[in-house]
Write a protein of this length. Sequence first.
Length: 99
Amino acid sequence: MDTTRTASEVESKIAEIKASMPETYKSINAKAQNIGREAFALVRRGLAGQPNCFWCMERGRVMGTPFAGHPIEADVALAMVQFGCSFAVVWGEVASGTH
């Protein structure tokens, strides 16, 4: 199954996050303050369909691409079921030397 998205589709998803997912948007900006522009690159890659980069959920909206085969996948699922959450943001690993 092809899950890649065009640049226009990614921009649309970014606009939707900004308009409808305030906690996720705050998290993205906080991550950018912490690691720099690589945070935005991870978001764009995840929104474009690349796994293990960026995934989020807020108020019933889900954006990004799941973390398939990554150890964090089970940890996030367990935490969401055990504790519940109003939003969740999962970040991929930053390549060394990029922040």
